[in-house]
Design a protein around this ligand. Structure first.
Ligand code: THU
Length: 155
């Protein structure tokens, strides 16, 4: 018998001014696009923005439904869009952000378990890691260089 351990390494940026111009632009896009999320039930507006290998930026937002379980998270809306617009193309980075009038928005969001599974599968589909930037409307930004590292012992 033996014990094993998996650790998560991530980088914390104090504000977006510490990011590269490319990452700062993606974070800004994710922050802005929360305004078009459809979240009338939770009032938690989430956006995910991807920078593709060809330099294009693609976004997705959460889409809720009166039948709550029908709702879909921003990250999975984004991955579906990417898969259809740019099948097989590597994704350099995804930035996620949120806005809400009910909670403070200066702490980084991190993806739900279902989205971690979806992100992990997308990495194996394109056979490339996806960098993931997590943030709120302001404040710190967390970076993981491989999105699937957020899901140890993934299925
Ligand atoms: N949500 C996302 O879009 N992404 C996440 O990573 C966490 C949660 C959405 C689902 C639901 O519409 C709302 O946020 C509240 O949970």
């Amino acid at each position: 018998m033996k014990e094993a351990q998996q650790t998560l390494t991530y980088t914390i940026f104090k504000t977006s001014s510490e990011l590269s111009n490319e990452d700062a632009a993606l974070v800004e896009k994710a922050r802005q696009q929360t305004s078009i999320a459809y979240a009338p039930y939770s009032n938690f507006h989430v956006s995910a923005a991807a920078l593709m290998e060809n330099g294009e930026m693609i976004t997705g937002t959460n889409q809720e439904n009166a039948s709550y379980p029908v709702s879909i998270c921003a990250e999975r809306v984004l991955l579906g869009t990417i898969a259809n617009l740019f099948p097989g193309m590597p994704v350099k980075t995804i930035a996620i952000s949120y806005n809400s009038n009910k909670v403070k928005t200066d702490y980084p969001i991190s993806p739900c378990g279902m989205c971690r599974q979806a992100l992990a599968e997308y990495e194996s589909r394109i056979n490339k890691p996806i960098r993931l930037l997590m943030t709120g409307q302001s404040g710190e930004i967390f970076l993981v260089n491989v999105a699937s590292h957020l899901l140890p012992l993934a299925f």
